[in-house]
Design a protein. Structure first.
Lengths: 241, 241
DNA sequence: GTCTATAACGAGATAGAC
DNA sequence: GTCTATCTCGTTATAGAC
């Protein structure tokens, strides 16, 4: 009888408390790092008792997992939105939009970035549950490359013979409708993109690179060339020797 | 009176204890992460009392700094040795040797790698004392590029106009005898190299890249092309459209 | 059924008195 | 340099409020 009203209230309360826990956990992530994330401290800050948290997260590791999935989803959503905004543009513009969205998200969420792309948290191993969220940005890149490929606007990057079997396996796993050369180059570009972002985020560019937007923009354009989105001649526009 | 003999002994003992402290600290780094490095735990494991440690390191932060400098030096030395071994080879071979040495060191010292290239340790900021050690690998790359440049074996990477002022500033700071195009490309390649290594090290290549040596080798060759060590035509050897 | 609170465990860290 | 009293932590069992 109360069944039509109360469930909604309870469910709403549950969602709110869950969100509050995660928010506070993220605050601690920023302050002390993932290694020191403590259920008790989260509970204390929220005015709860630690055992009450277990109604929402069965363990500290599950809370970490939730934070990781949230971070991947937040980043993925940001990238997807940026991609949609330029959906009708050329592949290079779409590629760059996704890369720049990822960088923007990372700069705005450095600790969550460190959580998902930094060193693993000691004593914690991420479950497979995180894979779908972690794949969102990659699927976006595959989208862009697929469109370029079908429109014949994609060059095949070079692929040494010793790497071909591995490239074919990667393509079969990740994007069977793309050439192995492309998939191998994408994986490399993906790692390199995160190198650029990580260096900026973790301070390696301090005293080295000051004007970072144009630097990143250019690096991303070079990566686009690396995966075959730009033909070499176009890439080095207006250059002599 | 004992003054003529004991100083040597004392100095030796001090060096040995200092080394033992750092070794134990590195063990803890591997087990619990840099955030949880605690002087007390180090002391306990060494059978000392915590206050005794302060005779060797005035604070936890100074111990961290020593570990960071050691890590950079260890990596730099590994890279320098690998470079010397191929000193007479071509620039691409030298470039690749340094990159592969860095990767090898990182795979052998993942936690020290995380310490120097991962997210900053909460509450700790590295002093400028770390800069010389941190620069060693970069200087090696500059060496290779300088030799190639002086031998006319270096292509100028493309450089958009918006990036030229920044590139000139970077060149003036880091390598005044190299073209700005080269220096900007080197910094980007440097970050990308660490992206590749970080992804392998921190598990992002799990279930994605299995045969990692050839993958890395090829990526490094592409990076060499990016900094101008290989001309595009050579780079894409024996490839059609 | 759903939640919170109390209390406790075993383990480890820490501060300070001695 | 040692010892102890007091913290922290993740986690569970239990009891009671809504």
């Amino acid at each position: 009888m109360t069944r039509s009203t109360t469930p909604g209230i309870r469910a709403r309360a549950r969602i709110e408390v869950t969100a509050a826990i995660k928010d506070e956990a993220r605050r601690q992530l920023a302050a002390e790092g993932a290694a020191k994330l403590s259920l008790r401290a989260v509970a204390r800050e929220l005015g709860m008792v630690s055992s009450a948290l277990y109604r929402y997260f069965p363990s500290r590791d599950e809370l970490l997992t939730a934070l990781i999935i949230d971070a991947f989803d937040s980043m993925g959503e940001t990238a997807e939105r940026a991609h949609e905004a330029v959906a009708d543009a050329g592949p290079v513009q779409r590629w760059s939009a996704v890369c720049e969205a990822v960088r923007g998200w990372a700069l705005g969420h450095p600790h969550e970035y460190a959580l998902i792309y930094g060193p693993p948290v000691p004593g914690y191993t991420a479950p497979d549950t995180t894979v779908p969220a972690a794949s969102r940005v990659g699927l976006l890149f595959i989208d862009v490359l697929r469109d370029a490929y079908q429109g014949l606007g994609l060059a095949k990057p070079p692929l040494p013979a010793e790497l071909r079997p591995e490239a074919e396996r990667m393509a079969a796993d990740q994007a069977p409708d793309l050439p192995p050369e492309t998939v191998a180059a994408l994986v490399a570009a993906w790692a390199q993109l995160y190198g650029l972002i990580g260096f900026e985020l973790f301070g390696q560019f301090n005293r080295v690179v000051t004007d970072r937007e144009p630097f990143f923009r250019h690096a991303v354009a070079q990566l686009a060339q690396g995966v075959g989105l730009v033909f070499p001649q176009e890439g080095r526009a207006g250059k002599g020797s």
